[in-house]
Ligand binder design. Structure first.
Ligand code: NOJ
Length: 736
């Protein structure tokens, strides 16, 4: 029996095997005083020293831990550092309850993986799960118990900077990705030393902010909330997500930190979630400026009574919760319930059995950026890029080129490929495109690098040098996009154009007549119309992390055939936003031949630049023989849809076969199509695969006029194809 456990733990641990976690939680709860209970619901951030790149508790926090008044810290990491802090909790506090260390491990801890929207472009659930697993293994070795991820917010508005943190616009793809990430972080066993608790965030509809401005108001019907925005949360929960984080926004007048419809009715009553809910950073405090609480005390009362278990950084529970209980404004029963949920996760993580299990400096040393991590991030990076254009098979490049110009502000950037949620990533570990190409070419060609311009500056002083580099070369690789600080939290943009003078640089280089391949790095869809019309090849890479340049070189030189597809629509103009594939038909559907009096613009098209699900390969795929096992089914029956997909090109490759359904007439209107399934398949040249998809009743259900989730009889269309526009079509009916 370890010495840091109190007698009562020793006693209860003797029988721990026989006792359930709930019983163990109750036995701890029974010993806690009011301050200690409140302490479990308080979370503060440690301080980060940018010089030493280390984190440590801020002044006063150690004393709070010692007195049992602080149960959780965020932004404290490192095996030694967390051990030091944990030691105070389990050796010096009265009840020796272990601390919980949380961190935003969004796309990596030290090894930086592709940003989430990039990984979603892989449409590869196993890959995404593996990536999350690796992140968990690395972060847990550095003392982290809990990540504030996955971010599962559906985003239909690319102006919103946080679109980069999620999986795009579609609820089905978003749900698949949400489940993969939860499984990856939590592994098969949450109590394993290399598993970390996941946190589905931001609950809910944060991505629907008006005008794409971060933190802004959300107006949403319950139907759209449930059918679109909540689905990935439910999927995360079904995959076992241990925790949820509320969002900053209000929905229809009710901020999420005080929204009983979301937190009580849906999350607890309907979904039976038994993990804990954490606020977002000061989101309880923000109930005051929201105008729903008159002061912090009232905010604390609203937060806890609505079911926000942990207060991150608002100082509301720490200051006011005990008083609120004493004044009978918060019931001890509700307080106990919140404490129970927090203790339960600490038990499930195994922290009561061994509070130091995440604090091994030896494991940390062996794990951080080990070879397996680097291999995994390169693999993820290759599979996350999307080929948007490839005229006349310009790509893949031949390896016998003699002179290659690599141009642009992102061509040799060591920082931007880390992406906006770079955690402890180091720019020294980033392989740039210039470096990746050099690694690939291995001295056999001359690489001429020219920056051309900065990402968002106005100066064109570098243009001549860039043109000279292009003129000397056989081919130009032009790396354009956004900086890592242009997307992410609080980074909304009103323009979706390439910033600065980058477009002008592209125009100038195009005039040299050299073949150009545009490599994009960005955190959101961009209105790259000039590139789409004039540059023969475009590769969307988002931000691919540490192995960015190597992965891009793998693709450019054909060592990997790109297979990604867009998880989000690329508009042609910011004025079209929100533009998403699963929109409604309206009473006056858009008709490009007759814009007037149909839902359209008088001065612009409705068409996207690149539709949802779009992405090319170096090979081609032919779809044929779409057939259905039946054309008429009852409400309880399933249909099997089958299709043949053949690789008709000369290279092996992967295709993401997408299945969409449209319900033609309902008691409420239905989207023009909805993604219901997909399969990623690998085909050798000439190979044909016969695929089958099961359309079970749950794929046809929706919230009817009375908000019942049901299948309505009637006619349906089913589509299968390579993206949300190029589709084969079949029809079936559901009988009364
Ligand atoms: C605020 C962000 O909205 C949230 O996503 C993040 O987890 C917290 N800060 C903690 O860093």
């Amino acid at each position: 029996m370890k010495k840091y456990l109190l007698l009562f733990f020793a006693f209860s641990s003797l029988f721990a095997q026989k006792k359930t976690i709930d019983q163990r939680v109750d036995s701890v709860l029974a010993l806690m005083n009011l301050d200690e209970k409140v302490g479990q619901l308080v979370q503060y951030t440690g301080g980060f020293d940018t010089g030493t790149r280390t984190a440590s508790p801020k002044q006063g926090q150690i004393e709070l831990i010692r007195s049992g008044k602080l149960g959780s810290l965020l932004n404290i990491f490192g095996a030694q550092q967390t051990r030091k802090v944990q030691k105070i909790a389990v050796e010096e506090s009265r009840l020796k309850i272990p601390m919980l260390f949380g961190l935003d491990v969004i796309h990596g801890f030290r090894t930086t993986f592709p940003v989430p929207i990039a990984e979603a472009s892989s449409w590869d659930p196993k890959l995404v799960e593996k990536s999350a697993r690796m992140q968990a293994i690395e972060a847990s070795s550095a003392g982290i118990h809990w990540t504030f991820n996955p971010m599962v917010d559906i985003a239909r508005d690319p102006r919103w900077g946080r679109i980069v943190e999620g999986s795009g616009e579609d609820p089905f793809l978003g749900s698949v990705m949400a489940a993969s990430r939860v499984k990856g972080y939590q592994g098969d066993d949450l109590a394993a030393a290399n598993s970390i608790a996941a946190c589905a965030k931001h609950f809910a509809a944060y991505g629907a902010a008006e005008g794409g401005r971060d933190y802004n108001t959300v107006e949403l019907t319950e139907r759209t909330l449930r059918e679109v925005y909540l689905r990935p949360f439910k999927s995360a929960l079904d995959a076992g997500a241990a925790t949820f984080m509320v969002s900053f926004n209000e929905i229809g007048g009710v901020p999420s930190s005080a929204n009983p419809f979301l937190l009580k009715k849906i999350l607890r009553d309907e979904w039976k979630f038994d993990g804990f809910v954490v606020s977002d950073w000061n989101s309880i405090g923000e109930l005051v400026p929201h105008g729903i609480a008159k002061d912090l005390k009232e905010a604390a009362r609203l937060g806890i009574n609505t079911g926000v278990d942990i207060d991150m950084e608002a100082n509301a529970y720490h200051r006011h919760l005990a008083d609120l209980v004493n004044e009978n404004k918060v019931s001890i029963r509700d307080l106990d319930e919140s404490v129970r949920r927090v203790l339960k996760i600490k038990f499930r993580l195994g922290l009561f059995d061994d509070p130091y299990k995440y604090c091994s400096a030896d494991r940390e040393k062996k794990t951080i950026r080990n070879e397996e991590m680097i291999k995994a991030t390169r693999e993820a990076a290759k599979r996350s890029a999307v080929l948007l254009k490839n005229e006349n098979h310009l790509l893949p490049l031949k390896k016998d080129l003699k002179r290659i110009a690599v141009i642009g502000p992102l061509a040799n950037s060591k920082v931007d490929p880390l992406g906006p949620w770079n955690q402890q990533g180091d720019s020294a570990d980033v392989v740039t495109v210039v470096e990746g190409i050099k690694n690939k070419i291995n001295g056999k060609a001359e690489i001429i690098y020219s920056k051309g311009c900065t990402i968002d500056g106005k100066s064109k002083n570098g243009f001549n040098d860039a043109v000279a580099a292009a003129e000397k070369s056989e081919i130009v690789i032009l790396c354009l996009g956004e900086s890592l600080t242009m997307s992410g939290e609080a980074r909304s943009r009103a323009s979706l154009d390439l910033p600065g003078v980058q477009n002008e640089l592209a125009e100038l280089l195009q005039k040299t007549g050299k073949p150009i391949i545009a490599v994009l790095m960005n955190g959101r869809p961009l209105t790259i119309n000039y590139l789409a019309e004039n540059i023969p090849a475009i590769l969307e890479t988002w931000f691919l992390g540490n192995e960015s340049g190597n992965a891009i070189a793998d693709i450019l030189f054909g060592d990997y055939n790109p297979s990604g597809k867009l998880p989000v629509t690329f508009p042609k103009s910011v004025g079209q936003v929100p533009l998403y594939y699963n929109h409604k038909n309206t009473g006056r559907p858009n008709n490009p031949a007759h814009q007037m009096y149909t839902t359209s613009y008088t001065d612009f098209t409705n068409a996207p630049l690149y539709p949802f699900g779009f992405g090319l390969s170096y090979t081609t795929f032919e779809y044929s023989n779409l057939s259905l096992s039946k054309n008429k089914i009852s409400k309880e029956e399933s249909i099997i849809a089958s299709i043949d997909v053949k690789n008709t090109g000369d290279l092996e490759g992967e295709e993401i076969v997408q299945l969409y359904i449209r319900d033609l007439v309902g008691s409420v209107t239905r989207p023009v199509k909805e993604l219901k399934d997909f399969k990623k398949i690998y085909l050798k040249p000439g190979e044909l695969k016969h695929l089958e998809f099961v359309i079970s009743p749950d794929k046809l259900k929706f919230y009817d006029i009375n908000m019942n989730f049901t299948v309505e009889p009637g006619d349906f269309k089913l589509f299968i194809g390579t993206n949300s526009v190029d589709l084969k079509e079949a029809a079936f009916s559901v009988l009364e």
